[in-house]
Design a protein around this ligand. Structure first.
Ligand code: 5GP
Length: 174
């Protein structure tokens, strides 16, 4: 079966929105250092672009959690593949995710990281599919709300491919 990718959000639209998010975060964290926690692998492209747009001091760390295998369906099981290198105590933590879908991954991570006594913990996601929510999650910064379609690009994969697309697209099977 042949695959093609239909553009959902162009590179220009994504870049413009990330700039706006960076400005909002810089305003909200005035006088503080924001500790960005990137959820690998999908969040890495977004986090790099976002970090460049934040004007308050930034530190960063990386973790890897997985609730998906190679299919497009959530397994509902969250596995910590790689934990953070540094403690979160007294830090202003901003979790940076590629997409919130069912919300299972994020609700698990927020609880787990919240137990490490950060000064604050907030969530920033590039994409949100609110229709798909199973577990309630408070999203503090959202790039785009999108319909219930399986998207790729800007860090998001289909079977580990397409992460490097500079735009967000929908995989179509012809
Ligand atoms: P949740 O736990 O919210 O259901 O799922 C979050 C994770 O599922 C995301 O970090 C991402 O890895 C994956 N995911 C959910 N929706 C999509 C999608 O449309 N495309 C891709 N590539 N991954 C998705």
């Amino acid at each position: 079966m042949a695959e093609s990718v239909r553009v959902l959000l162009t590179e220009e639209e994504v870049d413009k929105r990330i700039k706006e998010l960076g400005e909002a975060i810089s305003r909200d964290y005035q006088g503080q250092t924001v500790h960005l926690v990137c959820v690998l692998k999908g969040g890495v492209f977004f986090m790099c672009e976002l970090a460049k747009r934040i004007t308050v001091p930034v530190t960063m760390d990386f973790m890897s959690a997985s609730s998906y295998g190679s299919s497009t369906k959530s397994s509902g099981v969250v596995k910590i593949v790689k934990d953070l290198d540094e403690p979160l105590k007294d830090r202003h933590v901003l979790i940076v995710e590629d997409i919130v879908d069912s919300g299972r991954t994020l609700s698990y991570l927020i609880k787990m990281l919240g137990d490490r006594e950060p000064a604050s913990i907030k969530l920033c996601t590039l994409l949100d599919k609110p229709e798909r929510r199973v577990t309630d999650v408070k999203v503090d910064y959202t790039g785009f709300e999108i319909p219930d379609e399986f998207v790729v690009g800007y860090g998001l994969d289909y079977d580990q491919r397409y992460r490097n697309l500079p735009y967000i697209g929908v995989v179509e099977f012809n």
